[in-house]
Design a protein around this ligand. Structure first.
Ligand code: GMT
Length: 376
């Protein structure tokens, strides 16, 4: 199949999922065309099955806001015609489903019919898309998609509750590639750079937005390190990062916390990690938690959104109410203070992650692509 994938090219989960999906589809022989404004961060390799087409938005002083949707839909039209692309798969409703629908209409006027699959990722529904200024356009473009998927049951429920959606929403959970290998000859980051041998390594990875509750991450760690020698790895960048550094200084733990910024060493950091913290206000899924679990790392998370669908309470880690940093720290200490408990949680985390193996999930997308093609 020739498939155009539209996504955000950044470190965010939706872009990562879209990129990993495209790469695996390409491995299975599909021809994949990534269409976005920058080469996606996880897209290192271009080959005969993987293409990348950049959307350019020329700056014009008249425009207070540059019209990205217009440029994207035009690019989609051009690429569909040039490469005979058969299907559009857009990740994140805003503005991708809207631009995709416009492209479909333009193509239709030239006699070309192409189906569009829209994958909802979370904030496009729960935080941004729900805003009254966007809601009519988001509702319209979801209803006009040929197939709609969401990354968790919780997000599906939220979508039906928040929008007037007439379409069936198919839940396809996010996935993980389990058989990744680290090539030790290229190591820029050793365990000793992060912690002393007797210290546990605790990690948080996110885009440091408010929804991640970064101060909770630090308070949980503060309580843990009072009982157990530990270090905190803070990976990622975003608006809450400076405040987080200030809070560490205020609590006197700056020497035990490393801020990595956006890192390409996530797999290596996770391979040394003992515990992952994700106390978010909400997560449609929590891909970062799954990535940790795939490295046999147990997860302490909040119990909101789709997190209970990924992190199983008392098995792969523990879940607590949003903001309950005492319970989260207590559970973390329960796992970390006992070698036997830690090793059993690590084993379980990997076992749960295996349920989300890309090899099981990808055929679900392929089946929906066939369904979408048969509809037009
Ligand atoms: O977590 C973020 O804020 C980034 C956001 C995104 O759009 O990239 O992540 C969302 O999509 C991910 C991939 O499907 C999910 O794993 C995240 O849980 C979801 N984030 C939220 O719902 C807050």
């Amino acid at each position: 199949m020739k498939i155009a994938i539209v996504c955000y090219p950044t470190f965010g989960g939706s872009g990562v999922v879209a990129t990993e999906l495209g790469l695996e589809l390409a491995r299975r022989g599909h021809e994949i065309h990534f269409i976005t404004y920058r080469q996606p961060v996880r897209l290192a390799l271009l080959n005969s099955n993987i293409h990348y087409h950049e959307v350019n938005v020329p700056e014009y002083p008249l425009f207070h806001y540059q019209p990205y949707e217009l440029a994207l839909s035009s690019k989609l039209v051009d690429m569909v015609k040039l490469y005979n692309i058969e299907l559009l798969h857009v990740h994140y409703a805003i503005p991708h489903a809207y631009a995709g629908y416009m492209a479909k209409q333009m193509l239709k006027s030239e006699g070309i019919k192409i189906p569009m699959v829209t994958t909802l990722h979370g904030t496009d529904i729960t935080l941004v898309g729900n805003h009254p200024f966007y809601k009519p356009a988001v509702t319209f473009s979801i209803n006009k998609s040929d197939i709609v998927t969401s990354v968790s049951q919780s997000l599906k429920d939220d979508t039906y509750n928040l929008f007037n959606i007439k379409k069936e929403i198919h839940v396809i959970p996010n996935f993980i590639e389990l058989d990744k290998n680290l090539d030790d000859s290229s190591i820029p980051c050793h365990r000793s750079v992060m912690a002393k041998p007797e210290e546990r390594i605790i990690t948080h990875i996110s885009n440091f937005r408010k929804v991640k509750r970064i101060p909770d991450v630090i308070h949980i760690f503060y309580k843990i390190q009072q009982k157990i020698p530990a270090r905190l790895m803070m990976v990622g960048d975003g608006p809450e990062k400076i405040k987080a550094e200030q809070l560490c200084a205020k609590l006197g733990i700056s020497d035990r916390v490393i801020f990595f910024g956006n890192s390409n060493e996530i797999d290596r950091i996770l391979s040394y990690t003992d515990l992952f913290l994700l106390p978010s206000e909400t997560e449609s899924f929590g891909l970062a938690a799954l990535e940790a679990m795939a490295w046999s790392v147990p997860v302490i998370s909040s119990n909101s959104g789709g997190l209970p669908e990924v992190n199983f309470d008392g098995i792969s880690g523990f879940l607590s109410d949003v903001g309950d940093t005492d319970a989260m720290a207590e559970n973390a200490i329960k796992i970390l203070s006992d070698d036997a408990a830690l090793s059993s949680f690590k084993k379980n985390a990997l076992e749960v992650a295996k349920q989300f193996d890309i090899k099981n999930i990808l055929p679900l997308y392929e089946a929906l692509y066939h369904q979408a093609l048969s509809k037009i």
